[in-house]
Ligand binder design. Structure first.
Ligand code: FES
Ligand code: FES
Length: 180
């Protein structure tokens, strides 16, 4: 049972014991709490838990993609690692929507996530190097149930309040994407 006012992040961490999504700013700025909700990236600290009712939620624990994780390791995509779960989930969403993203596309998409350690270059290299293998997982994700076909490409509509997903880096609708 969902508690009134409970966020998706609180439900995942405190009641389901899924600690992959991190509690960072709790204000929609940092992206450390990113999960996929119905196939689209959202900042779980901003999403009421009730909105996840009946939807598929993919956290970093369920992201069974060794290539992306390995690429972060090999390319120096993290240091302290606090931001990494959010980056992995959002990068996965990017590669589902755009299997062969250009440098600018990677940079813009990932502007929804902040890292205080790496300078971002290792993260962007990791996403670039993992792209071919991760894109091939698209069917697997579809089979797991993306309920909202309209958002199967990771895009967002006006109903979203989190500022994540396609276009997030090009102008967070909530003005929450902090500058680097
Ligand atoms: S903890 Fe959710 S965006 Fe920072
Ligand atoms: S690796 Fe430390 S915040 Fe990103």
């Amino acid at each position: 049972m969902v508690h009134p006012g409970e966020t998706l992040l609180e439900m995942l961490r405190e009641r389901l014991g899924l600690l992959g999504a991190k509690r960072g700013c709790e204000n929609g700025d940092c992206g450390a709490c990113t999960v996929l909700l119905g196939g689209r990236p959202v900042k779980a600290c901003l999403v009421p838990a009730v909105e996840a009712d009946g939807a598929v939620v993919l956290t970093v624990e369920g992201l069974r993609d060794e290539r992306l994780r390995q690429a972060f390791l090999e390319q120096g995509g993290f240091q302290c690692g606090f931001c990494t779960a959010g980056f992995l989930v959002n990068a996965f969403a990017l590669l589902q929507a755009h299997p062969d993203p250009g440098d600018e596309e990677i940079r813009l998409w990932l502007e929804a996530n902040l890292c205080r350690c790496t300078g971002y270059e290792g993260i962007e290299r990791a996403v670039r190097s993992a792209a071919p293998g991760v894109a091939s997982l698209k069917i697997e994700v579809a089979e797991r149930g993306i309920e909202d076909e309209e958002h199967a490409d990771g895009s967002l509509d006006g109903a979203c309040r989190c500022g994540m997903g396609r276009g997030a880096g090009r102008g967070d609708p909530g003005g929450r994407a902090a500058s680097r």
